[in-house]
Design a protein around this ligand. Sequence first.
Ligand code: MG
Length: 325
Amino acid sequence: MICLGIESTAHTFGCGIVDEHCNILANEKKSFTSKYTGIKPAEVSDFHYKNSINVIKTALEKASLKIEDIDLISFSQGPGIGQCLKVGSTTARFLALKFNKPIIGVNHCVAHIEIGIKLCKCKDPIAVYVSGANTQIIGFESKYYRVYGETIDIGIGNLLDSFGRYINIGFPAGPLLDKMYFEAEKYIELPYSVKGMDLVFSGLLTAARNKIGECKKEDLSYSLLHNAFAMIAEVSERALSHTGKKEILLTGGVAASNALQDILKKMCKQRGAELKVTPKEVATDNGAMIAWLGILEYSAGKRMKIEETKINPKYRTDHVKVIWR
Ligand code: MG
């Protein structure tokens, strides 16, 4: 079985082609970037419309397949930015109807977890899903991916990008902030907010913003990342402790941060747990993960009528019944 998966929840339009063994035959994408601003929904959805056909065409070419060879179409149904999701769902519905293919709308967060589990050969991990809009500590339990802890305001990537904009380093800011993390000389006092198992980042952002100009930007970036990532590590550690699970699966766009990997590695070592990091090409938003979850769900018997394939911008990780496990 071959599935073509379409991703368009935020700044990336992606098309992945995957077979039933999770061989990735193609994984094409175009990501919106900007020197001065973050994501403006109308601007980014225009970007997706412009790039959608070419991204899909290139993916089919790379896989040496024609659309007729595809057995299943899947797409990100949510969560995400409505205007962006709409581009992916419209494209997927068009392809399904025009070429008479089955269609499955999947949950973007669960797709991040499943491709990570498959490619990192995890058994039963605590997933640390860190991206622009999402920050969740997740574990599988009784047919659902339970969210043990999550941000209750902004996503970790949003924190990094907003701060990056205040110090004029463009979007996305993660890679440059990560570089500065390792060049810093001292820690600047900033807030640290863990509420039970949940995380709060906006106070940290405001406090760091207020200190711009008062200290070296490397030191300030280091301190911001240090607190934010230590907060994530604290909640992840408690999730390991309470569930008895022995692996951390790091996934999402911010998984590429060496600073975050360092902190989680230290925590895992102390607990006798293992840190597994999803490979970058499939950790950031991409179509292959959407195609893979499409295959898992379809193979487990899930079917969707076209009228059930409307977007769901607030689609939660823990609302998906996991019928394939
Ligand atoms: Mg994502």
